[in-house]
Ligand binder design. Structure first.
Ligand code: SF4
Length: 389
């Protein structure tokens, strides 16, 4: 396909595809899928080699959120049977983080449900960051606490945070259909506050919420324009008890096309497969490593992932290697422009890798809902059981 040659050449030059080119990737047929993956894989390997960065989630505070994000199991009025607990103590959180680091994670993502942190919450998280860094100075810490108020990003940076995650999730045009308690502009503002404070910005999207191809391309282009260092791509996990529970629209092929599109639009940034990887890519997960250079190890915020050991085996079997603490995630030109710590990747969705799955113009719709694949997290942070890492 001539289009793919053009997109590879652009990716190697860090040039953006046009909106029409990105739309054409999403609209390509299953017959062309391997060619699409091979082309986007060239861009991935050019900037990130065969390295896979592992990230580990710690849900500091789970459930009971006053916001109404439709995709989220922690939202206002959610009937999802998830774990609900208030702030983990710094030593509890650092213990949970240590399990992920021992499993190979290079970044720990500290997430809390809620609209945004109070100054007291920033104190707690600062102590948690200090506890984690005290155990392992090299570990990158990303905070994901919702909308920030003035001065809070600077305080997190001073406490040692490397990055801040706040997902755009979907296009500006459709944001109001997904959430009514805050706006797309609020999210952009928080990301810009984080960047201004010297934090590496992590922001991504959720596919599978009923959005169009145009929405997906628009949000990918918006993330590029914001110059985020990492882009988590969530695939909606349709939790029972949330408004999007019936949205089972993604196929593994669709997920691969979405990841390829994001790679072409954001060629030199960390593209991370986030929530919904196991649920929607299923046995095609290893192929997705040709496109993304980062995944979460183990469990997600409120759902369980495959065993951490299985993640590591998958990476090795696919011919990739876990990125070690000694190597830098981002290409040199981005590190020079990034946060003082030189970190370069990060977490996941809004407040989390709550994934979801979307409809797609012309895409095959999965024949049945795979609710058997959605397991609420019952281990790790907030429980007495060992974490999955
Ligand atoms: S995504 Fe975050 S802000 Fe939205 S409902 Fe979930 S926890 Fe609350």
């Amino acid at each position: 396909m001539e289009l793919l040659d053009t997109l590879v050449a652009k990716g190697l030059r860090r040039e953006s595809p046009t909106r029409e080119e990105a739309l054409a990737v999403l609209a390509s047929s299953d017959d062309d899928l391997l060619e699409v993956v091979a082309a986007a894989g060239k861009v991935r390997r050019h900037w990130f080699g065969r390295r896979v960065k592992l990230n580990y989630l710690v849900n500091l505070k789970s459930g009971l959120c006053p916001e109404d994000c439709s995709y989220c199991s922690q939202r206002l009025g959610s009937k999802a049977d998830i774990l609900k607990y208030t702030w983990l103590k710094p030593d509890e959180a650092s213990q949970a983080a240590a399990a992920g680091v021992a499993g190979g994670a290079k970044r720990v993502c500290l997430v809390a449900s809620g609209r945004g942190p109070t100054d007291r919450d920033i104190d707690r998280v600062s102590k948690t960051i200090e506890a984690i860094k005290g155990q392992n100075q090299d570990v990158e810490v990303c905070a994901c606490l919702g909308l920030l108020s003035d001065g809070q990003a600077e305080r997190l940076r001073a406490a040692g945070a490397d990055a801040y995650n706040h997902n755009l999730n979907t296009s500006e045009a459709t944001y109001g259909n997904i959430t009514t308690t805050h706006t797309y502009a609020d999210r952009v503002e928080t990301l810009q506050q984080a960047q201004a404070a010297g934090l590496s910005a992590c922001s991504g999207l959720i596919a599978g919420m009923g959005e169009s191809d145009e929405d997906l391309v628009d949000v990918a282009l918006a993330l590029r324009a914001l110059d985020t260092d990492s882009v988590p791509v969530n695939f909606l996990i349709p939790f029972e008890g949330t408004p999007l529970a019936k949205e089972w629209n993604l196929s593994p092929q669709r997920c691969l096309r979405i990841l390829a599109t994001v790679r072409f639009v954001c060629p030199d940034v960390e593209v991370r497969i986030a929530g919904g990887r196991e649920v929607h890519l299923r046995s095609m997960q290893p192929l997705a490593l040709q496109l993304a250079n980062s995944i979460f190890l183990g469990d997600y915020l409120t759902s369980e992932g495959q065993a951490g050991r299985a993640d590591l085996d998958m990476i090795a079997d696919a011919g990739f290697e876990v990125e070690g603490a000694g190597s830098t995630t981002l290409p040199e030109h981005r590190v020079a422009a990034a946060a003082p710590s030189g970190c370069g990747s990060s977490g996941n969705g809004s407040c989390a890798p709550c994934g979801d799955g979307a409809s797609a113009d012309g895409d095959p719709v999965p024949s049945r809902a795979r609710t058997d694949l959605v397991s609420v997290r019952r281990r790790g942070a907030g429980t007495e059981l060992a974490p999955n890492a």
